[in-house]
Design a protein around this ligand. Structure first.
Ligand code: DAH
Length: 365
């Protein structure tokens, strides 16, 4: 067994010679200075300051020196390694700054360049509003009913007590289809859906019917030959005008805001008796400062639609026993409601299909 080699006292270890250390340091500094980017600097660091670099290997040899030589060699190596590390850090700062600057230039995006991206479509604001209206009634437990746009004359007029001599039946208002003896019209109102519903189902009936209607009106800022209405019909036992008022007040508040109610003015519709025009409390001035209000034009109220207690003649025509059941009905313009909800003075953009108009209402798919 051999004991510790206490006599071992080499005078020199080659890698620790001053010239060797200087050469290693200079090679390291040269490599650092030559590093043109961060990757090259990383490689230089591995080669010249890493665990297997000449200076690191030399450092390990220090322990093998005789005590008197250790201090000097330690200093020499320490200084060389210090100089190399400092140079690496300085070069790192410079290269990082350069890198960042290059990124700013090469990754610049010219936001003014024309794009090939397709515009997103928009749902039509009237579709959205019709759905909103439908939701209000569905939330009350009503059903949504629909009917055809091309309708039998009898359902559009006769069943609703609009007799053959009623002015609305003249050629002025109604689009008739050919041949005339078929008695088919483009529906002039959503009211035939009332007749269709009563004819096909037993009461109780609680329906709302938003839909498209047609009249031979000139196309201008406030008229269109095609527009939209929403119809309401309730048939049940013991239904009165008071229920009608309650339902319309609720509808108005949901669509136009809390506190917006309705008022009735006596009127005439063949399918209701008594009948009323419904006005909506102006949701802009709330009737308080109406003189300067553009929305209600100083009235404090906005004309909204028609309503009434269903005429017993209509019930009989549609097979409902007026001795047992009574009901109410109402109808109003969806486009008109949209116009005043959004302070639109011309309804034509609603029908002209410009997607910018639809997008302006934020109605994205
Ligand atoms: N159909 C009527 C119109 O187009 C509106 C209307 C009025 C509908 C009174 C109703 C109603 O259901 O009761 O002018």
């Amino acid at each position: 067994m051999s004991g510790p080699n206490n006599d071992y006292d080499p005078v020199e270890v080659t890698p620790l010679k001053a010239e060797e250390v200087e050469a290693a340091r200079d090679a390291a500094l040269a490599a650092v200075a030559a590093a043109g980017d961060l990757d090259e600097l990383k490689q230089a660091r591995l080669d010249h300051a890493g665990d297997r670099s000449p200076l690191a290997l030399a450092n390990r040899e220090i322990g093998a020196l005789p005590p008197q030589a250790r201090k000097e060699a330690g200093q020499r190596i320490g200084q060389a390694r210090g100089a190399v590390n400092k140079a690496i850090a300085a070069r790192q700062t410079v290269l990082e700054a350069e890198h960042e600057e290059r990124m700013l230039v090469t990754e610049t995006v010219d936001v003014t360049l024309p794009t090939t991206r397709r515009r997103r479509g928009s749902r039509h604001p009237l579709t959205m509003q019709s759905e909103l209206i439908a939701d209000i009634f569905v939330a009350m437990g009503w059903e949504i009913a629909e009917g055809p746009l091309v309708e039998a004359e009898w359902l559009n007029f006769d069943a609703l007590n609009l007799g053959p001599d009623h002015p609305a039946r003249t050629m002025q208002d109604t689009f008739w289809t050919e041949p005339a003896e078929n008695h088919v019209v483009l529906r002039t109102q959503t009211s035939p859906v009332q007749a269709r519903t009563m004819l096909t189902r037993r009461p109780p009936i609680y329906i709302a019917c938003p839909g498209r209607v047609f009249r031979t009106d000139e196309y201008d800022a406030t008229h269109s030959p095609m527009f939209h209405q929403v119809e309401g019909l309730v048939i049940d036992e013991g239904i009165s005008m008071a229920h009608l008022k309650g339902a319309l007040d609720h509808f108005a508040a949901r669509l136009f805001g809390e506190g917006i109610g309705t008022r009735f003015r006596p009127s005439y519709f063949p399918f209701t008796e008594p009948s009323a025009e419904v006005d909506l409390l102006c949701f802009v001035c709330r009737g308080e400062d109406s003189d300067s209000c553009r929305t209600c034009k100083g009235e404090g109220w906005i004309e909204w639609g028609g309503c009434g207690v269903v005429n017993p003649r209509v019930l009989v025509a549609c097979g409902v026993d007026p001795e047992v059941y009574s009901g109410f009905a109402f109808g109003m313009g969806v486009d008109r409601s949209f116009m005043f909800r959004h302070e639109l003075e011309d309804l034509r953009p609603l029908f002209e299909g410009d997607v910018r108009f639809a997008s302006a209402f934020g109605t994205e798919i």
